[in-house]
Design a protein around this ligand. Structure first.
Ligand code: HEC
Length: 99
């Protein structure tokens, strides 16, 4: 009985671990893939081709767009993308999508 209880705890723990790993990807690239790449594949912009991510040099501009959205882009609050993740995401975008 005691052994079964322990097994159950171990199983619940590993399910929770994999669920949180999915909900909170930890690198800029993973966050980008999960939240942004649908509309911004390869740093482009399928809805507004004149407003791609390519060539943006200012992380504040990226972060403020993430937080407020607008112009057809949804906003992402701190619960969806934490401040730390938003910074990593901005760095990933600037590093990956150069002109
Ligand atoms: C549903 C589609 C959609 C998703 C998802 C989306 N965007 Fe956007 N994004 C847009 C649109 C449309 C615009 C143009 C907004 C405008 O007209 O001002 C935009 C604009 C931007 C801009 C400003 C570009 C410029 O040249 O001014 C940045 C930066 C940006 N998005 C980053 C992101 C990031 C980072 C994510 C993921 C967290 C994301 N977007 C997710 C549609 C999307």
């Amino acid at each position: 009985m005691k052994k079964n209880t322990l097994m159950a705890i171990v199983m619940v723990n590993s399910v929770m671990l994999s669920a949180s790993a999915f909900a909170a990807p930890s690198t800029g690239g993973e966050i980008f893939k999960a939240n942004c790449s649908v509309c911004h594949p390869h740093g482009g912009n399928i809805m507004r081709p004149d407003k791609p991510l390519k060539g943006i040099r200012n992380p504040e501009r990226i972060i403020s767009q993430i937080r407020s959205g607008g112009g057809g882009m949804p906003s992402f609050d701190v619960k969806t993308i934490s401040d730390v993740d938003a910074k990593q995401l901005a760095e990933y975008i600037m590093k990956t999508f150069k002109k």
